[in-house]
Design a binder for this molecule. Structure first.
Ligand SMILES: [Zn+2]
Length: 219
């Protein structure tokens, strides 16, 4: 089992590789033996020798599955991804997107630039780093990239600890809901009060995705 950004890879005994693209809402879940339950949005399911079922759910359909012939094909696929968000440094982040003419949020969502930041944690990280999501990448200075990289690592680490988002239900595989939703600082909170300054959070569309930020805290 290997992981890169939002992709999981399971290598079978015959060398073939199943790649699971978790996308925005994809989940792998292990269900106990017994009749199928009320699971919705199940796109694939495997019956294990133990009688347990492994299912792939993807309510928002940003994810997907692929079968590759061997680990070399996996290597080739993953070499096209940017550096892994969980270990990103300010220098690596600046190298990956610093020359981009896009808004910083749009660049963060580009998996070929940096692997593993989805819509939720792009917003959360930009809030933590106090950076406006519509700032152009070229306008960020090195200390801001360092701040943003630290914020990305922190946001993803907290989410994984809370059992939320990218690895939700995968690490525990219990089918319980991730706890990260309740802890979101800005994501899904447009019109509500900023947890830092008490002002009103604003929403806008960036890269076709809902984006929430605090106009007072984020510059
Ligand atoms: Zn604020």
């Amino acid at each position: 089992l290997a992981r890169r950004g939002k992709q999981l890879a399971l290598i079978a005994e015959d060398g073939r590789v199943l790649v699971v693209q978790l996308g925005m809402s994809g989940q792998m879940r292990v269900l106990p033996p017994g009749p199928a339950g009320q699971e919705t949005h199940v796109h694939a399911s495997w019956l294990l020798e133990t009688g347990e079922r492994v299912i792939f759910r993807d309510p928002r359909r940003f994810g997907g599955l692929a079968v590759l012939p061997d680990p070399a094909a996996l290597e080739a696929r993953w070499s096209a991804l940017g550096p892994d968000a969980l270990a990103i440094t300010g220098r690596a982040l600046a190298a990956a997107i610093g020359e981009s003419s896009r808004a910083i949020k749009a660049a963060l969502l580009d998996q070929s630039a940096i692997a593993g930041v989805g819509n939720i944690y792009a917003d959360e990280s930009l809030f933590r780093a106090r950076l406006r999501p519509d700032r152009l990448c070229t306008t960020l200075r090195d200390p801001e990239y360092s701040r943003l990289a630290a914020a990305i690592r922190q946001s993803l680490t907290l989410a994984i600890k809370a059992g939320g988002s990218t690895l939700r239900d995968y690490t525990t595989a219990t089918g319980g809901r991730g706890g990260a939703q309740e802890a979101h600082l800005v994501y899904g909170r447009a019109g509500q009060t900023c947890k830092r300054c008490g002002g009103i959070l604003e929403g806008l569309k960036l890269a076709q995705r809902a984006t929430v930020f605090c106009p007072a805290c984020q510059r």
